[in-house]
Design a protein around this ligand. Sequence first.
Ligand SMILES: Nc1ncnc2c1ncn2[C@@H]1O[C@H](COP(=O)(O)OP(=O)(O)OP(=O)(O)O)[C@@H](O)[C@H]1O
Length: 759
Amino acid sequence: MPQIILGPNLPKLDGSVKKAAYAFLEKLGENDQAPGLHIEPINGTADPRIRTGRVNDYWRAVLVKIQGQATEAHYVYLGTYQHDDAIAFAKTAVVRINPRNGIAELVRADQLVEPTIEERDTAFRTMPKPKPKPDDVDTTLYPLLQTQGVALADLLDLGIDADAAEQAILARTDDEILAAAQVAPAAWQADALLDLAFGVKLPDVKEKLGLTAPDVTPDPASDDQLLEALQKPAAQMDFAFIEDNDELRAAIEDDNFGRWRIFLHPEQRDYAFKDRNGSFRLSGGAGTGKTVVLLHRARHLWRENPDARIVLTTFNKTLAASLEETLRLLDPKVPVVTELGKAGVYIAGVDALARRVLSKAEGKLAGNGSDVGPVQRVLGQRTPHVMELTARATWMTAIESAGAALPASLRSQAFFEAEYSTVIVPNLVTTRDEYLRVRRPGRGVALSRKDRVAVWNVVEAYRASAAANNATDWDEKAMIAAVYLNGAPDDRPADHVLVDEAQDLAPSRLFLLRALAPEGPNDLFIAEDSQQRIYGQKVVLSRYGINIRGRSRRLTLNYRTTAQNLQYAVGVLSGTQWVDMESGDATVAGYRSARSGPPPVELGTSSLVAELGKVADQVHDWLEEGNAPETIGVLVRTRFVGEKVVNALAERGVQARFVQDDASAGTGKILVMTMHRSKGMEFRNVVLFGVSSDEPGWGVGLNSLPEAERADAELRERSLLYVAATRARDKLVVLWNGKRSDLLPESGVAASPDLEVTT
Ligand SMILES: Nc1ncnc2c1ncn2[C@@H]1O[C@H](COP(=O)(O)OP(=O)(O)OP(=O)(O)O)[C@@H](O)[C@H]1O
């Protein structure tokens, strides 16, 4: 059967035309000789392979027919156009092999002409000179690429289109580079230009995109060479080989169709499809496609071995539900199983996983003879019944009943939760003596021996109270499950474990994930962004048996938001030091977006009432512009504020819904939610509401923390704002009342009430 390949930048079609285009392609994919398709060459095309096909009386599909040695033809679909437009486009479109790197690309006939060496040299000599030494000049006065040591000849050597290259080499600002990238005829070219402008070195760009000179000069007439060129990873940013009718239907008919399903970046492709010798860590800023890679990888592992037991997990059940929904969208054929340990993909939040392991192991958790058993190894002597959940108030009750000797600075639930989760449970501390000796790396607060004794008294009270209720907390459950699996390797329920949002996972959860699958190739694949850590403490993977050893990579291209929003969001992180899950520098170097949009708008008001009025006006304007309500998100720091916003919007006639923790987002209403809840989501337009310095939510709990833990807690607050600001695809509005929060990036513009500040 003929193979359909989708080409780049397909024009959007209205409902009935969309249906007709799908029907046409479906038929073509079955038999290109079928009557009614009218696949015909037309006179005067620059590319002899160009054909048009009849979609209906008025509409024509533009195709490139590639036959080669294959018995069946390949058809690159370049879109459906009204008859005359189709003919005009067909005459100038050319799918060719870039002679410098062997990558297939769609260009216009006039872009085929290669500049000669002399033309290049002349052009280069007229370019501004590279940045002079010493380095103390204002680099903004010099073109960006040249300050990175990149010359026009380098761009042309890579195979970048001459017009785009010339525009790029003169670009002085991010906006100008983005504009040049948009002129480039292929996605890989745009990507290379942005990479270079953001400081990625030429050899690295070549390696990432596979830009090596072909062994033999490509023959424009060879169909086989063109097919090979279409299969290069860099070409597959623009051309997608369609596998079946489901994929075709989704691509053509479904308005929710996302490019992420078929057009992967070569790096994403590499991380999704390549085998790894052991555990692998994929980091990357918000919106760089970490989740997309995980989903493709899950499908790939299943395709490679349908008997494989694959676990796909993340921080909580809301995010897990969204992973499941998106995996079904990617490929409904991937079996999502509901029983842990069965072949297929099992999807759950990490706490649900722990519970599932424990319930499967019931009866095997108590000691047996000389073996004390997993429960006792984690918690010391106690009942082996652990399935109930310890009430949150238990810490405060324990502090009150057994904490008389505690210094005031340690009398907080937040301190105990952190100490318990990062020191006591993962180190299997079950006695006071062990606690007196245990190392506490990474904990801000230093404890004297006397303090440790006082802390341990409270821990004992906490444990006794939980044991009386047959209860454990989530840290304990995960640790008991991990210890159980490590003692019963035959019961490990997975072959491959894929983890999203790993930066938020506490040590015992990481131990559990490590224990789910035996060590070996493709065992663990961990996606994380340390700058989005909004829960828990910093963790280092190697302490929990997860050995990455050089198998870690970073994604840098943000697909979600505009360059302007991204710059603003990254501003929230600046001036602070970030550490990744291997104790390395979590850098934002090279983090970029290929899309341009309006700058974020900041709006200060004098009172909460005025701020509520502003959010209503803004949302109203966006609705008037034709945005669907559920594409608008209003993100708040606390539920209390969120409910106020919902009521204020209702009073002004705007239907909104406060989305609770694990409720689904739904449609038809503006979505109001906490910034924590917004993790993993995205909206077209976003309002960050109440980013005031005295908004009670910001830094909530900070004052109750010991001094030494506050710095880390402040990092989490910054991360929260960063997470929230990176949810906007297009427009971002930031509101506050009274005083603007210090966490917001310096805009250089004094903010006063009711003054609109465009950053
Ligand atoms: N290759 C791609 N082509 C087009 N869009 C993509 C591609 N990869 C990712 N995207 C889109 O970018 C957005 C962000 O992707 P994704 O959620 O996977 O990123 P992430 O790194 O997990 O983000 P976050 O850390 O903020 O949760 C999504 O809308 C996704 O569909």
